[in-house]
Ligand binder design. Structure first.
Ligand SMILES: Cc1cc2nc3c(=O)[nH]c(=O)nc-3n(C[C@H](O)[C@H](O)[C@H](O)COP(=O)(O)O)c2cc1C
Length: 274
């Protein structure tokens, strides 16, 4: 709930036109809150006297406007995005918790519809061997059904992968500890599972989480194979403490074993300028 400290409020009214819900109105020279809202915080961000707060959020720093602290040249950001490559070769090095935490922080501040903030994370590093084993068994469990086209209603491309899953599982089984045999986790030291009540929320969050990885010298792989092993495996879901209703995205995280020399071609831009 938005709270206005009437001792600090100077009644300037700057918050009112920025409130999407039209939830703020002046009464007796002070701003007041009409009702509960989606708590976007625009009023907090715009208030010149720091008179506005949210009463049900944990204590956390609010940073003042400082253009120098947010300077990113557009052409640099574009080059950064163009240079980002999916990583399937990782060096044998753990990811520092502080770096993973910064990635999650980028996720936490990602916009969600109606400001639901429904997205949560599982960060798997110390228990990766158990997680991997559960994922492989889960994917293997649905491989035959995928091959028969039985997953098509909810997973139209699963049948395309069934043979690859079967071959990969057989190779993995030869020596699960050998990263060369692991076509699902590729020797990545960490996995982040992004879980949301709504697909687009989890997707937007995951994108920012990934971006923050690359700013720190890390690299990622969004993985539909691990995602399916979570979706199709009740043991994997139990491991992650899920209730089975979440939309899920999974990404491998680690230090890349390769450096790329240049960007790659992409199809022509498809855009209608209407
Ligand atoms: C949602 C999503 C799921 C993906 N799943 C897998 C996967 O299961 N295994 C894999 O090797 N790559 C996976 N990829 C990586 C894509 O193959 C990769 O993005 C594509 O080849 C383009 O390469 P780039 O990301 O380096 O530009 C996935 C990518 C996305 C965005």
């Amino acid at each position: 709930m938005v709270i206005i400290d009437s001792a600090k409020c100077i009644g300037c009214g700057q918050c009112a036109p920025d409130c999407f819900n039209h939830n703020l109105k002046p009464v007796g020279g002070k701003m007041t809150v009409k009702r509960a809202c989606m708590e976007c915080g625009h009023c907090i961000a715009i208030c010149p006297t720091e008179a506005i707060s949210l009463d049900d959020y944990p204590a956390q720093p609010l940073y003042p406007y400082d253009p120098a602290a947010m300077q990113i040249a557009p052409e640099n950001l574009l080059r950064f995005i163009q240079f980002r490559r999916s990583c399937r070769r990782f060096v044998d090095r753990k990811v520092e918790r502080s770096k993973l935490a910064l990635m999650l922080e980028a996720g936490r501040f990602t916009a969600t519809g109606a400001n639901l903030q429904d997205v949560s994370f599982s960060v798997i590093q110390d228990s990766l061997p158990q997680f991997k084993a559960l994922c492989w068994e889960s994917l293997h469990h649905v491989t035959a059904a995928a091959a028969r086209g039985e997953l098509a209603a909810t997973d139209p491309t699963a049948s395309n992968y069934a043979r690859l899953w079967q071959r990969s599982y057989e190779k993995y089984q030869l020596d699960p500890a050998n990263p060369e045999n692991d076509a699902m986790f590729f020797n990545a030291p960490a996995v982040i599972v992004v879980k949301g009540r709504f697909a687009q929320h989890a997707e937007l969050v995951a994108s920012n989480v990934e971006l923050m990885a690359y700013t720190q010298g890390l690299a990622c792989l969004f993985t539909g194979f691990v995602r399916r092993s979570v979706l199709y495996g009740s043991k994997v879901q139990d491991f992650l403490g899920m209730d089975g209703k979440e939309f899920v995205l999974c990404m491998l995280v680690g230090y890349p074993a390769q450096t790329y020399r240049r960007t790659v071609p992409r199809k022509a831009l498809q855009a209608d300028w209407l």
